[in-house]
Design a protein around this ligand. Structure first.
Ligand SMILES: C[S@@+](CC[C@H](N)C(=O)[O-])C[C@H]1O[C@@H](n2cnc3c(N)ncnc32)[C@H](O)[C@@H]1O
Length: 317
């Protein structure tokens, strides 16, 4: 049987299910529903009194979730960003905690494949890139409106693009005569002025990644989401995060590490006060897709799964 759900193949699926350590009557949160590949598999492992909350900030993803799970009493679906995670949980039950929380970060295949969303540098579409349709600034607003130094910062910081100044200068020069409106207009201009830094990668890859991260405030959202997730994990609850680029992965790794260490102020003291004890315990090392999975699903090539478990620290028995 294919594991593709309406155009999105879930990555590291068996590893995610193992990481969440699913209890059949437990309460789980999939913070990145997408097309529900992971959510559907979690649900298959839950009995009638298990619960699954699904979040996504994209209305197309949530429409899909509602059409598939509207009649399933175990499922609650929210059109919301990570930063509203705790509010959504409270709507189901005030103070609700989870036995497992999954973040499968980035964009879904349907988002990338729909040229009208403006994420793709290989298909022509409006230069949009907003995951939440109709809300906030578009990539075109940024490309046409941001000052040179801001474009350089965005491309460097969020794309780790070494040719950021050269590309940003070319954008600023070109936009004076003709604003950027289309994805291919930008991608082709970048291909003319920049060399590809990695084999098999389009020269616009890093700039498109950077614009998406900026437009969708992806790093701020991830930070808010991880903090909210930690505050909503039940004792021994699992946090599983799949990231697709080094900026995200670094944030996730540092977050998990920081919360899995005791406060260094109290290091070596015989009696560690409760508030200084770690709130997370790391579970294994980061896992990657094997050759079998990457040959079936090239998108899995850059996926990294990190897992941590909530300790009982700071949670009333
Ligand atoms: C990689 S896809 C998830 C795919 C999903 N696991 C599946 O198997 O179909 C990531 C999804 O997360 C959503 N997303 C990304 N950042 C988000 C945020 N800050 N808040 C809510 N949803 C977000 C995107 O809209 C996208 O649908």
């Amino acid at each position: 049987m294919s594991d593709t759900t309406a155009g999105h193949t879930p990555v590291l699926l068996p590893q995610v299910l193992a990481a969440l350590n699913i209890r059949a009557s437990g309460t789980y949160l999939d913070a990145t529903f997408g097309r529900g590949g992971h959510a559907g598999a979690i649900l298959q492992n839950l009995i009638a009194n298990g619960r699954l909350l699904c979040l996504d900030r994209d209305s197309a993803a949530i429409a899909d979730a509602k059409s598939r799970f509207a009649s399933d009493a175990r499922v609650a679906v929210f059109l919301a960003p990570f930063s509203s995670l705790a509010d959504c949980a409270d709507q189901v039950e005030p103070g609700l905690k989870f036995d497992g929380i999954l973040f499968d970060l980035g964009v879904s295949s349907p988002q990338l494949d729909d040229a009208a969303r403006g994420f793709s540098f290989t298909q022509d579409g409006p230069l949009d890139m907003r995951m939440t349709r109709g809300s906030g600034v578009t990539a075109a607003d940024v490309v046409n409106g941001a000052p040179l130094h801001e474009l350089i910062r965005i491309f460097r910081e969020y794309g780790e693009e070494r040719q950021a100044p050269r590309i940003a200068r070319a954008i600023v020069k070109d936009r004076e005569s003709r604003p950027f409106e289309r994805t291919l207009q930008l991608a082709e201009m970048i291909a003319r002025v920049a060399r590809s830094q990695e084999r098999h990668k389009h020269p616009a890859t890093r700039v498109f990644q950077a614009l998406r991260i900026h437009v969708d405030r992806e790093l701020a959202e991830l930070e808010a989401g991880l903090d909210a997730a930690l505050s909503r994990l039940a004792p021994h609850g699992r946090l599983a995060v799949i990231s697709f680029h080094s900026l995200e992965d670094r944030m996730v790794k540092q977050f998990m590490r920081r919360h899995s260490l005791a406060d260094p102020m109290y290091a070596g003291l015989p009696d560690m006060p409760a508030h200084a004890r770690p709130t997370l315990k790391l579970v294994g090392k980061a896992s990657k897709a094997d050759a079998n999975e990457t040959s079936r699903n090239p998108r899995a090539r850059s996926a990294r799964l990190r897992v941590a478990e909530r300790t009982t620290q700071g949670i009333a028995a």
